[in-house]
Design a binder for this molecule. Structure first.
Ligand code: FAD
Ligand code: NAD
Length: 465
């Protein structure tokens, strides 16, 4: 009889956990995955990446039909919003994709243990009423919305909501105030603006999209402002009262000053996410959290406790699905005795607005702190495909080491920036120079040619500008 029920028990079936479980099973390890949600796929598939992209994609069509973009190309339509059909296609996408993970679990013989998991000791975990033992336990419990003191979220009432509520609104708000000018605020704020809401974004810092390249942050705000989002930068929300369907927010300058109020029929709280560790009973195994409530791991995703590993949003690093997935593959390979590595210096990030905003590697500000750099920038307005498609907003920026020409970072605002950034990530993974990108043949006419031209710009020799 085996010493343990399983070689690997993964806690959490988000993109980190389900990928780790499948890879572990592929490597011949007897694997189970504990998940308390009714469906697999975690935040990403149920209430995150996938449903938000379903609403972004559909609302993009609605806006293009109504704002003259389609008419400019000779397609004249008078759009009418069928919000319940829009929600229907979103729910359908979620159902199909979460069902797909269930199929993959069956196919790979991963046992789904339904219920909340809690440690008894490092190799024993209670999942609901069942006790499961495993030689290795991977914590992949993800993250949840960070609450804002004084602003109480109640997703059932649709007045003060978080991202989960913002995916389900039964009607278009008249005035939506988004607290937080980060990724969620801008993506979901864009959805409801396109569908007809007035959107005001209140951001604590003096610029939106912290962590991104400075030029990109400024240009992005200009574009969103042009699209109709109003920004209140350097402003903090100090409280919120709700009467019936109206919320009244009190706000003041972040640096201190006179308070003011703002009324809205919908307030979206989007000030970040925090790791999920409540209820795991980490005390039982002596695993402590860092100051940010995260589980620290070594480079191979081992925690300080023998046999216990951690990946995804619950550990430090960007809270992104593809980062969690790559860590899921790596941790399973490490458990199986292989060498699983994630290069955390090359994790692309994308904001799926219109146009999209994407980046990988260092910002210009970070790169300059490390030494001299050369920068090439190319506007989408000078890219033939973008111009022809009436998609001229944005630019591509390549940042390279002044001495070695090695690419340190790439940033883009362009309609398909999320797809374009994969090329930059691949180039950086292979240690490319800007010259390598500049002398790689890019198909014409594509938005990707702007990447080539920005790389040519590093040495001052783009052609089309
Ligand atoms: P999660 O996906 O959070 O999964 C963790 C799972 O563990 C959950 O299902 C939870 O129920 C389960 N769990 C927790 N505790 C226990 C327990 N004790 N027992 C059993 N089960 C437990 N990222 C992108 O890269 N691209 C995007 O476009 C994107 N869009 C997003 C949009 C929104 C609105 C949100 C909220 C997030 C978005 N993200 C996006 C972030 C992305 O969803 C997360 O980075 C990703 O889901 C993290 O994966 P994970 O596996 O670490 O955790
Ligand atoms: P975020 O960290 O991207 O942005 C939060 C914003 O809120 C920041 O700009 C911050 O300065 C601001 N803020 C914080 N406290 C505030 C306050 N009291 N008042 C006003 N503003 C305040 O967080 P998010 O948008 O909630 O997203 C959470 C996570 O989910 C992110 O880490 C992101 O990576 C992930 N996510 C990714 C995608 C994507 O990849 N496209 C989409 C959605 C979410």
């Amino acid at each position: 009889m085996a010493e343990y029920d399983y070689d690997v028990l993964v806690i959490g079936a988000g993109p980190g956990g389900y990928v780790a479980a499948i890879r572990a099973a592929q490597l011949g390890l007897k694997t189970a995955c504990a998940e308390s949600r009714e469906t697999l796929g975690g935040t990403c598939l149920n209430v995150g990446c996938i449903p938000s992209k379903a609403m972004l994609h559909a609302s993009e069509y609605f806006e293009a039909a109504g704002n003259g973009t389609m008419a400019k190309m000779g397609v004249v339509v008078e759009p009418r919003l069928d919000l319940s059909a829009m929600h229907g296609q979103r729910r359908d996408a979620v159902k199909q994709l979460t069902g797909g993970i269930e199929f993959l679990f069956k196919k790979n013989k991963v046992d789904w243990k339904k219920g909340r998991a809690s440690f008894v000791d490092a190799h024993t975990v209670k999942v609901g009423e069942e006790t499961v033992t495993a030689k290795n336990v991977v914590i992949a419990t993800g993250s949840s919305v960070t609450p804002l003191p004084g602003v109480e979220v109640d997703n059932a009432k649709f007045v003060v909501i978080d991202s989960t509520g913002a995916l389900e609104l039964p009607a278009v708000p008249k005035h939506m105030v988004v607290i937080g000018g980060g990724v969620i605020g801008l993506e979901l704020g864009s959805v409801w603006r396109r569908l007809g809401a007035k959107v005001t974004c209140v951001e604590f810092l003096d610029e939106i999209l912290p962590g991104m390249d400075g030029d990109i942050r400024k240009e992005a705000r200009k574009i969103f402002k042009k699209q109709g989002i109003e920004f209140r930068l350097g402003t903090k929300v100090t409280g919120c009262t709700v009467k019936g369907k109206t919320a009244t927010l009190t706000m003041e300058p972040a640096a201190g000053g006179a308070a003011e109020t703002l009324e809205a029929d919908c307030v979206l709280v989007a000030i970040g996410r925090r790791p999920n560790t409540d209820g795991l009973n980490l005390e039982a195994i002596g695993l402590e959290l860092n100051k940010r409530g995260q589980i620290e791991t070594a480079h191979d995703f081992r925690t300080k406790i023998d046999g216990v590993w951690a990946i995804g949003d619950v550990i430090p690093g960007p809270m992104l699905a593809h980062k969690a997935e790559d860590e899921g593959i790596a941790v399973a390979e490490n458990i199986a005795g292989q060498t699983g590595i994630v290069n955390h210096d090359v994790i692309p990030s994308v904001v799926y607005t219109w146009p999209e905003i994407a980046g990988v590697g260092l910002t210009e500000e970070q790169a300059k702190e490390r030494g001299e750099v050369k920068v090439g920038k190319f506007p989408m307005m000078a890219n033939s495909r973008a111009k022809t498609n009436h998609e001229a907003d944005g630019f591509v920026k390549v940042i390279a080491d002044a001495e070695t020409d090695r690419v340190l970072g790439v940033w883009a605002i362009a309609v398909p920036a999320g797809t374009m950034i994969a090329e930059a990530a691949l180039a950086m993974e292979f240690g490319a120079t800007s010259e390598d990108i500049a002398y790689t043949c890019h198909a014409h006419p594509t938005h990707a040619e702007a990447m080539k031209e920005a790389a040519m710009g590093v040495t001052g020799k783009p052609i089309h500008i």
